[in-house]
Design a protein around this ligand. Structure first.
Ligand SMILES: [Zn+2]
Length: 454
């Protein structure tokens, strides 16, 4: 049995009572939190065999949860900057993704996972990648927690040939992955169903996916109302805008995580609230091409809104901390209201809201007795984060990935004092460079020079 007592930390628990301890302690027994409170109180009760870890001057928060990340796209960072959406999709991303091997996906997920850990993320929701087996291998080795899913499409113009499959084939593949990987790696790996987008998903696929997710008691990730052209396509092709159409199909429910959700009417926001649909807000990707989701309005309607980074070719920074900062900023600017999206709301979106969005709130999302020991140690003693007049606000407005000092999942340190403990970072970097080059060659992606290259 492993027993660890984290002492003398500034604890922000994100529990239901929003407790914060300025000199707090967390007792961890094996993979779970066994005690939480003031350092003096826990120290008195501590058994002699407990490992004591002094975190004086540090802030401890629940592990951050990135609810939408394309691990398969990590090696595609930089292949589609400053291009329009059609070029982005058809000339860069589809050729890139459709040429990924299982090994490429594994290396891509390792690199992405390292960036997640280094930015305080302990759990993520895969957006829908090409090789769940490669992702599962990477997540298992990294020690992270994740809901994985396979990119699923059964219709659509211009899809690469190797992606063309029938509705039955798509669903059979997803069920097989669910049966092979769900609840593996000590339940750190779970498998979800996936709907890529209404452009590429038939009505039959949407309704059957919803039935299967209900049957298997798991979730569905879907890009929803992402761009204006998408809701116009849905209206012309299916007879109603995306969310209204999903509602008519009976596809809205508490196990649907709708990503982006930029182009919703007020009535559609209410549909989400009525059906407890969860949302993943991806502000960096949104600012690049999609538009501004009405996040404060969704929160006011009672919708559970979380935050995601999206993929490396459309955000470039897979650092949730940066998207938390953007989340607090962009809605202030959009609404000309400096009081909207305060720091505590944004931190909630990245922790307890995100845990609900991941259908994992009974285990993670806050520091509470009985929950999994998934947490982050922040060292704020740097030029970008001092002084600490308002600690919680500094976590959102000033913290950078560098301030993440240590990360724990399931009671195990994945990173300790900036050193990654589960995988060899240098080896992953070398493999990532090698694989990225060969994928681009295989996919025939050649970028134009930006300068007068000599
Ligand atoms: Zn996405």
């Amino acid at each position: 049995m492993s027993k660890q007592l984290l002492l003398n930390a500034h604890l922000i628990t994100m529990d239901a009572e929003r407790r914060e301890f300025k000199d707090g302690a967390v007792l961890i027994v094996d993979d779970r939190i066994a005690g939480i409170g003031k350092s003096a109180d826990l120290l008195v009760a501590a058994a002699p065999d407990v490992e004591r870890i002094d975190l004086r001057g540090r802030i401890v928060i629940p592990g951050l949860i990135n609810t939408h990340v394309h691990t398969s796209q990590q090696l595609g960072r930089g292949i589609a900057d400053d291009v329009n959406l059609l070029v982005w999709l058809r000339e860069r991303i589809w050729p890139y993704e459709s040429n990924l091997t299982e090994e490429d996906s594994y290396i891509s997920s390792l690199l992405c996972g390292i960036e997640q850990i280094r930015s305080g993320v302990t759990c993520f929701g895969e957006a829908g990648g090409q090789h769940v087996s490669g992702m599962a291998r990477a997540v298992t080795e990294l020690g992270l927690r994740a809901n994985l899913s396979r990119s699923t499409m059964d219709t659509g113009i211009g899809l690469p040939e190797k992606w063309q499959e029938t509705t039955d084939q798509a669903l059979e593949a997803e069920i097989a992955l669910y049966e092979q990987y769900h609840h593996t790696a000590s339940d750190r790996v779970r498998v979800w169903f996936n709907l890529r987008t209404v452009f590429n998903n038939s009505d039959a696929l949407i309704t059957r996916t919803k039935e299967l997710a209900d049957k298997y008691q798991t979730g569905i990730q879907m890009h929803v109302a992402e761009i204006r052209e998408e809701v116009e396509f849905a209206r012309e092709d299916r007879g109603a805008t995306t969310v209204t159409h999903l509602n008519r199909l009976g596809a809205l429910g508490a196990n649907l995580l709708a990503v982006h959700t930029v182009w919703l009417t007020d009535e559609e926001i209410q549909m989400f609230a009525d059906h407890d649909v969860k949302v993943s807000h991806n502000p960096a990707a949104a600012m690049r091409v999609l538009g501004f989701a009405h996040v404060p309005e969704m929160l006011d309607a009672g919708i559970c809104v979380s935050i995601g980074t999206d993929g490396a070719p459309c955000n470039n920074r897979m650092t949730l901390i940066d998207d938390m900062w953007l989340t607090t900023l962009i809605h202030k600017g959009r609404l000309l209201n400096p009081t909207t999206m305060p720091a505590e709301t944004v931190l909630s979106m990245a922790t307890n809201h995100a845990a609900r969005a991941m259908l994992w709130e009974d285990q993670i999302g806050s520091l509470e007795v009985g929950k999994k020991a998934d947490l982050v140690v922040v060292n704020p003693n740097s030029a970008n984060m001092l002084p600490l007049h308002d600690t919680a606000a500094n976590l959102i407005n000033a913290m950078q990935a560098y301030n993440v000092e240590s990360v724990m999942v399931d009671g195990k340190w994945l990173m300790r004092e900036h050193k990654l403990l589960t995988v060899n970072e240098e080896e992953v970097f070398a493999e990532a460079k090698r694989h990225a080059t060969t994928i681009a060659e295989r996919a025939g992606i050649k970028l134009p020079d930006r300068f007068n290259v000599q």
